[in-house]
Design a protein around this ligand. Structure first.
Ligand code: F6P
Length: 341
């Protein structure tokens, strides 16, 4: 059996741990050969491959990023895209594909499965917004990085009696903001699922200053005011039609300065949340996903995605993972609100 492996979408700490586990078990236990595809779906689309075997995966467990490269190439947007992938897989003698990615990458995997391609998916995203799995790897690392940043912002905010805003990633789902805000003791957490009122935030900020502390606000990049739309610096779209986010934190700082008369500054964590070495939790989760994904290949269980349920790794239909996003339930946000202001 010759198995292709690719990583698509935004990179994420733990991708290399998955690749290593897939290859290690595949070669040593099942005697498989591997083909690494470069840069997400661009690899099988253009026949861009790299050698992938035990020597290539040595030492990569703690390394961030992906040794295969990634991209947001969308074969659905390219004329004859799916047919070209099928032809290239055939020409390269690839019998099955392990696709590691988020909503978009796994959406393409679902469509290819419908075309008869043998594919197994592995859920990846720092945003933790994929349905059908309790957690995606990369999320714990992103939350750990954001929490450390919030801890650091507390001390400088208090020294200067400033409002400090920390903008984190999260397009449709505020999981990173919710978890890092709660872990970091933020005074306000704003997420895409719940529209915010500037008057309410200003009141929380003022109450925080009265208590002689400086307020820390954690805001997800996709959060929106009650009476407005998505606020961004750049309106261009990526290949999956997503607008490039970031800008809401700066906007909020200006609004709060006008309303409270206090100085407000914004820190945008951006890609720092996605870079560098994964936490131990993410290394273990990614490794278990990789081991179980290659076993799904051995079982010929096509069109499935490996998922975490409690402490078990299970297989679910790819379609269940990509049909609807997993957003923050209102009850979870209400828990966090007990600490606002
Ligand atoms: O992986 C998803 C994500 O982290 C989103 O939260 C964010 O909007 C997006 O990636 C940004 O990715 P890029 O800058 O690579 O387009």
């Amino acid at each position: 059996m010759r198995v292709g492996v690719l990583t698509g979408g935004g990179d994420c700490p733990g991708l290399n741990a998955v690749i290593r586990a897939v290859v290690r078990r595949g070669v040593t236990e099942y005697g498989y050969e591997f083909v690494g595809f470069r840069d997400g779906w661009r690899g099988p689309l253009e026949g861009l491959t790299v050698e992938l075997g035990i020597p290539q995966v040595r030492g990569i467990l703690p390394r961030g990023g992906t040794i295969l490269g990634s991209s947001r190439t969308n074969p659905a947007k390219i004329d004859g895209g799916f047919a070209r992938i099928e032809e290239n897989l055939k020409a390269l003698g690839v019998d099955a594909l392990v696709a590691i990615g988020g909503e978009d990458t796994l959406g393409v995997a679902t469509a290819l499965h419908d075309h008869g391609v043998h594919v197994v998916g592995v859920p990846k995203t720092i945003d933790n917004d994929l349905n059908a799995t309790d957690y995606t790897f990369g999320f714990d690392t992103a939350v750990t990085i954001a929490t450390e940043a919030i801890d650091r912002l507390h001390t400088t905010a208090e020294s200067h009696h400033r409002i400090l805003i920390c903008e984190v990633m999260g397009r449709h789902a505020g999981w990173i903001a919710l978890h890092s805000g709660m872990a970091g003791g933020a005074n306000v957490i704003l997420i895409p699922e719940v529209r915010f009122s500037l008057d309410e935030i200003a009141a929380w900020v003022e109450s925080r200053f009265r208590a002689t502390y400086a307020p820390i606000i954690v805001i997800a990049e996709g959060a929106m005011p009650v009476d407005g739309d998505l606020i961004t610096k750049d309106a261009t779209l990526d290949a999956f039609g997503h607008v490039k986010l970031s800008g809401i934190g700066e906007w909020l700082a200006k609004q709060l300065e006008q309303r409270t008369g206090k100085e407000a500054r914004t820190t945008v964590l951006g890609h720092i949340q996605r870079g560098g070495t994964p936490t131990a939790f993410d290394r273990v989760l990614a490794t278990r996903f990789g081991l179980n994904a290659i076993t799904a290949v051995k079982d010929g269980d096509w069109g499935k995605m490996v998922a975490l349920r409690g402490t078990d790794i299970v297989r679910v239909p790819l379609r269940d993972a990509t049909g609807e996003l997993k957003t923050v339930p209102i009850a979870r946000y209400e828990e966090a609100r007990s600490f606002f202001g």
